[in-house]
Ligand binder design. Structure first.
Ligand SMILES: Nc1ncnc2c1ncn2[C@@H]1O[C@H](COP(=O)(O)OP(=O)(O)OP(=O)(O)O)[C@@H](O)[C@H]1O
Length: 251
């Protein structure tokens, strides 16, 4: 198997007196779609901050594309959509075009050979999330789900190899959540972007992801989502480290 994109080895982390991560080990391979699930406060955001080099490593090691994260130069290869990305209020004075343009880094790789203008990059990214027609609209006038797709466009405008999304469906209604997951599957399968999706939505996410990682301070399950789907709620709760009742969706 090819070298992993992300390699996390023996990582533990604490804030003041509180241990939030204990002896975390896993790899993320190119082309995978990883669902990172766990209850509130289970350390999910801390773990992705360590993977992105935003939070300083205390114990263990994180490698990105074979390099220790402390030495890794991102240059648009890893992209991140944070939990607070859609904290825009109605009437926020920026157009969709302006928001997506904020994602362009100066040493960008063009999305399409021969098409290098910022405008073309922005339009191409918006097309991928079905938001091209909203180019000149004010971001604050869009619905939560539409805003979220614009933030995805901003995150993919440099054609990253890895896209990490922290709870992107907060504020998106349930009907649109499935459309949103389908969109992520398309980015994964058609554009080949490796995805890490942080979510509480353990019920429907198992339909879409290739790998499921259940975190509650330590890793309680890592593997094929079908292994998790076949368990009873009691067995899942034990692995998840928290009482859960899953609502499954028909597709
Ligand atoms: N900068 C910080 N300083 C001190 N404690 C922190 C800090 N960041 C997070 N914590 C604490 O660490 C624990 C893990 O937080 P984290 O945000 O990683 O969990 P999470 O699984 O992403 O939670 P949620 O699903 O609620 O977003 C929580 O108890 C949180 O209060």
């Amino acid at each position: 198997m090819a070298n992993p994109i992300i390699s996390v080895e023996n990582v533990s982390h604490r804030y003041e007196q509180q241990n939030v991560l204990e002896d975390i080990n896993f790899n993320i391979h190119q082309g995978s779609f990883v669902g990172l699930v766990g209850p509130n406060g289970s350390g999910k955001t801390t773990l992705i901050k360590l993977m992105l080099g935003i939070e300083k490593i205390q114990r263990g090691s994180v490698k990105a594309f074979g390099k220790p994260i402390q030495k890794f130069k991102n240059e648009g290869r890893m992209s991140y959509v944070s939990q607070k990305a859609n904290a825009f209020t109605r009437g926020f004075p920026a157009t969709v075009r302006e928001v997506v343009s904020m994602g362009i880094v100066s040493n960008q790789k063009p999305l399409l050979p021969g098409q290098k203008s910022d405008h073309e990059l922005i339009v191409y990214a918006l097309k991928q999330v079905h938001m091209k027609d909203y180019l000149n609209r004010n971001i604050g006038d869009l619905s939560g789900g539409q805003q979220q797709r614009v933030f995805i466009a901003r995150a993919i405008v440099n054609q990253p190899e890895l896209l990490i999304l922290d709870e992107p469906t907060v504020g998106v209604d349930s009907e649109n959540v499935d459309h949103f997951y389908q969109l992520l599957s398309k980015l994964n399968q058609e554009l080949g972007i490796t995805l890490v999706l942080v979510t509480h939505d353990i019920g429907s996410i198992t339909t879409y992801v290739t790998d499921l990682l259940c975190l509650n301070k330590s890793i309680h399950y890592h593997g094929d989502p079908s292994g998790f789907e076949n368990m009873t709620d009691k067995e899942r709760s034990k692995l998840y480290g928290h009482s859960i009742h899953t609502i499954t969706h028909d597709h």
